[in-house]
Structures are given as C-alpha cells and as structure tokens.
Design a protein around this ligand. Structure first.
Ligand SMILES: Cc1cc2nc3c(=O)[nH]c(=O)nc-3n(C[C@H](O)[C@H](O)[C@H](O)COP(=O)(O)O)c2cc1C
Length: 160
C-alpha cells in the first residue's frame, strides 16, 4: 500500500462533507438505512447522484438490489440520527421518526433536503459499491445542513 490506511483516512477527514441517511424498502416491506457522507451530485443531464456503500455492510444486499432509494440530507441538529443509522445490531427505524416521503420511501420530515432516486447503476469501487441514482423527486427544506469535518459533526462555516 502506498499510504498507511490511517494516514489516508486522516487526510480524508480534512474533506468536509454532507451527512446523509440513505433509505430503501425491500420486496418484503422491510426498511433499510445507513448513514453515508460519501454523497455527491454526479450529472446534471441526466440528473444523477452517487453514494458509496461498504460491500461488507448489512445494508449492502438491500441497496444493490433496490429499484429506488431516498437520500435524506440531515439538518444540523440531527447528529443523533446520523449516529443511530451508523450503529450495528439495532433497529435503526424503531425511533419512529421516519415517515413515508418522496416515492413513499422512509424519510425525515425535518431533513434539510431529500432526493428520491431510481437506481441508475451500481459501479464497483474497490471495497465499496457506488450507488448511482437517477433523480426522481426532490425536497428542499429550510434547516441548515449538518456537515462532517475532522471527524466531528458541525454546521457550515461562515463564507469568506
Ligand atoms: C459520519 C459517518 C459517515 C459514514 N459514511 C459512510 C459511507 O459513506 N459509506 C458507508 O458504507 N458507510 C458509511 N458510514 C458507516 C455506516 O453508516 C455504517 O456504520 C456501516 O455501514 C456499518 O453498518 P452495518 O452494521 O449495517 O454493517 C458512515 C458512518 C458515519 C458515522
């Protein structure tokens, strides 16, 4: 390896990013969701976004076989939701704060924004799969978004 993994992740911690919770529902009606900050826009025409998901995650099979998924862009006071949807071995939906939103997918009414997608493709990204979503519906709220930077949650800084 050219760079020690710890050095790579420390360097990447200097890249501030959004905090999202991606959700989907499988054929049996079971809800799935994970916290992801590897979210970005990809294309304007067609309108595409992407988020990367660890191939070893418990949610991987559900998301890579889903026809649709929803990206909840968390508000700055929703760090607790981010931690819950990153925690293993719990029912992440038990808190009951997710309600049917765009495309009927589980969403947070108080999210800063939401983007509902149909699955455009699944790309190979090393130990992650890159979920590419075609934008179907969007919601833009008024809440200030949550950001993750230097391994801490915060809110966007002051513009220079
Ligand atoms: C701030 C934050 C950002 C994260 N971003 C990602 C991500 O982009 N992709 C990913 O696969 N996991 C990400 N994770 C980890 C997942 O949320 C989750 O913990 C992991 O998939 C293990 O979950 P599992 O119990 O479902 O296997 C992130 C966790 C945190 C706290």
């Amino acid at each position: 390896m050219p760079v020690h993994p710890a050095d790579f992740t420390r360097t990447m911690s200097r890249v501030p990013g959004p905090v999202t919770v991606a959700t989907t529902v499988d054929a049996s009606g079971k809800h799935w969701g994970f916290t992801g900050n590897s979210f970005t826009s990809l294309s304007l025409d067609p309108q595409l976004i992407l988020i990367c998901l660890d191939k070893g995650a418990s949610t991987h099979a559900a998301f890579t076989s889903a026809d649709q998924f929803l990206i909840n862009i968390l508000a700055h006071e929703q760090a607790d939701v981010a931690l819950r949807f990153a925690k293993s071995g719990i029912d992440r939906f038990q808190a009951g704060d997710m309600v049917p939103c765009e495309l009927g997918l589980p969403g947070l009414p108080e999210a800063s924004a939401r983007i509902a997608c149909s699955t455009h493709g699944i790309l190979n990204g090393g130990d992650h799969s890159i979920l590419v979503g075609r934008v179907e519906e969007t919601y833009t709220g008024t809440a200030i978004p949550l950001v993750y930077s230097d391994r801490v949650f915060g809110r966007p800084g002051v513009s220079t």
